[in-house]
Design a protein. Structure first.
Length: 635
């Protein structure tokens, strides 16, 4: 609960009054101005200065992401450097709101702030951003007005040089320097970065160090380079696992590369060549229309939100509702009039009419609930990617339907929680907090839906995967998988029912077979090995997602009202498959493909208990998850 700020300046001490009286007398004598008039002027000026000194929290600077840019339609990091310029401690909060044109949209993002007297700190929020025409407004509690924040346009993930002190560290041509104090505590704030250059041991707490390891496991590339001393950094604490003697090592979907030569004398193109990345070109705003809208489904008409909403679409008994409506109208007139003529008593007429209104209200409420299944429910899909031997990063989408109005708190288990409604058209009455205690408190009208996206980190064992057999055609670009068998050692949190393999620009089916007796898994894996055989092609990614060319999911032409829940969820398999491959946009010719050498095995199953909402008694929770295991095309 926010405590009020004590402002002694609001009291008008005797010393200040005496000072004003003396000043007014001296100035009045010098300028021949009447003393009472001048005293009033000085009182007003003193009050204005006192009010200004009471609001002493200043925004020193703001920064988007680590690179200074934002990723398109994703969670992004917003860092605010706040300073308390008063002798009083500040205990309040900051509020950030997105605007499209003059109107607010989405929810408000709020973060508590405590600042000691004359201190400065970095406050970080994880907001859903990346629209071309959006602006952001910052409000500091107990201060008047709002501040318009700079809003950079969306850009592809970039490269940053993480340093201890930007003023004293080495400078690399064309690579922005970022102080390691701006590094976030959640991977939700790292969508704008694909490569990080590191030349020192960061002075981080465990949460930030773990975030760097998670970011690598999700597909990021960390490049260790010599610092000012000319030697590679020796990492300690949780980051000590990166001190392997290998020049290059894979960690799940990402990798760590060590460079023995300094980058200080290289130009930008040479640096990008060293880290294996193309020199980026300015993003074309027209490419924005190639972005896949996973939430709304504008371009493929089967987004996560619209499809999940179909599961709880109403199926009312409209004939009975219409009959009740006619009966209610007849009761009001001429029913009440006829009743008054018969009994000639307005007390009886009012009592009967009031009782009938209550009965009809209960009947209407009952029929309305029947149309929605009579339960508050939440339907969701999620993608789980391994970030450690016992941890998964969760990227989820949900549609919640309620039968009664009111404020509801949405909160999951785990850490690194971030929420957003992903709205670009509607203002949502609600507040989001991020971090370990992250939650979303949002208002629901009766019989309404609310769609939202979330991120979290949960602890569950992760199975290990390796190739038993692999046949790749290297004569084409990107390399094409011909055949193979995958050995999955260990158990998933829930049992998969089907699986796909995404490689290059193709999707293939995976079918389980009995594990051979001579199959050897890593010593660290638990019992329960399963072999999955790579089978026939299911089409190219673009056709697989779009529903053309004989895709195995021919639901685009069917009416959603005629499908059950399993069929509706089946519609989301192509969308989940493409998102699991970290594909966010198609090329100008409409094609989609994974980078060369990368492949993902995707296993569909029921969600584990860790993905359920906290304190959700009486809420029906159903969904589907996709476990994503990176399987590089090498043995």
């Amino acid at each position: 609960m926010n405590q009020p700020i004590h402002r002694p300046v609001r009291l008008f001490p005797l010393r200040a009054a005496l000072m004003i009286r003396r000043c007014s007398a001296w100035i009045g004598q010098f300028f021949a101005i009447s003393r009472p008039f001048l005293a009033k002027v000085l009182v007003i000026a003193t009050c204005v200065l006192a009010a200004q000194s009471a609001y002493a929290i200043d925004l020193e600077s703001s920064k988007w992401g680590l690179s200074g840019n934002v990723a398109k339609r994703q969670f992004n990091l917003l860092s605010l450097v706040l300073r308390n310029n008063s002798p009083e401690a500040y205990d309040g909060y900051v509020r950030v709101r997105k605007y499209i044109g003059p109107s607010p949209v989405d929810v408000s993002y709020v973060e508590p702030v405590f600042l000691s007297p004359y201190s400065e700190r970095i406050v970080q929020l994880y907001v859903y951003a990346g629209e071309w025409n959006e602006t952001w407004q910052l409000t500091i509690a107990d201060q008047p007005g709002s501040i318009t924040l700079p809003s950079p346009p969306p850009a592809p993930p970039g490269v940053v040089h993480l340093v201890e002190n930007p003023a004293l560290s080495q400078t690399l041509n064309g690579i922005p320097k970022v102080a390691d104090t701006f590094f976030p505590v959640s991977t939700a704030g790292l969508n704008d970065v694909s490569h990080i250059l590191l030349d020192h041991q960061p002075n981080w707490e465990e949460a930030r160090a773990r975030t760097l390891l998670d970011w690598i496991a999700l597909g990021g590339e960390l490049h260790l380079i010599p610092g000012s001393s000319g030697s590679l950094p020796t990492l300690t604490g949780p980051l000590a696992v990166l001190n392997a003697p290998l020049d290059s090592q894979r960690i799940q979907a990402g990798k760590v590369v060590k460079h023995q030569s300094s980058f200080a004398k290289l130009n930008t193109e040479q640096i990008f060549a060293q880290i294996g990345r193309k020199n980026p070109t300015p993003d074309n705003p027209n490419n924005y229309y190639n972005t896949i809208d996973y939430e709304g489904g504008e371009y493929y008409s089967r987004g996560f939100f619209s499809t999940l909403k179909e599961i709880s679409e109403p199926r009312h008994l409209w004939p009975l509702i219409h009959l009740l409506s006619i009966g209610y109208i007849a009761l009001v007139f001429p029913g009440a009039w006829l009743l008054g003529l018969k009994w000639k008593s307005y007390q009886i007429t009012f009592a009967v009419t009031l009782g009938a209104v209550v009965i009809f209200g209960v009947l209407f409420q009952f029929l309305g609930q029947r149309g929605y299944g009579e339960k508050t429910q939440i339907n969701s899909v999620a993608i789980l990617r391994p970030v450690a031997d016992n941890a998964w990063a969760v990227e989820g989408w949900a549609s919640m339907f309620v039968t009664s109005s009111g404020q509801r708190s949405i909160r999951h288990q785990g850490t690194g929680l971030s929420y957003a409604t992903c709205q670009s058209q509607e203002a949502v009455q609600g507040v989001v907090r991020s971090g370990t205690d992250g939650s979303m408190n949002v208002n629901f009208p009766p019989y309404s839906h609310r769609e939202f996206s979330y991120r979290q980190r949960v602890l569950q064992p992760v199975p290990q995967v390796q190739w038993l057999q692999l046949n790749v055609n290297q004569d084409v670009s990107p390399p094409e998988l011909v055949s193979g068998e995958l050995l999955v050692s260990g158990k998933f949190p829930t049992t998969p029912s089907s699986a796909f393999l995404v490689c290059g620009k193709e999707v293939r089916s995976l079918f389980p077979v009995n594990a051979p007796t001579n199959a050897k898994a890593d010593a660290n894996t638990s019992a329960g090995s399963q072999v999955w055989n790579v089978r026939e092609k299911r089409g190219e990614l673009s056709a697989f997602l779009g529903g053309d060319y004989g895709t195995p999911f021919p639901f685009a032409s069917q009416s959603s009202r005629k499908m059950d829940r399993e069929q509706i969820l089946e519609k989301l398999k192509p969308l989940l498959t493409v998102r699991a491959g970290n594909i966010f946009e198609k090329s100008s010719d409409g094609m989609m493909a994974l980078p060369a050498g990368k492949a993902y095995a995707i296993f569909f199953a029921d969600p584990p208990p860790e993905l359920e909402l906290k304190s959700s008694d009486g809420v029906l929770q159903r969904g589907w998850v996709a476990y994503v295991l990176p399987v590089p095309l090498e043995r």
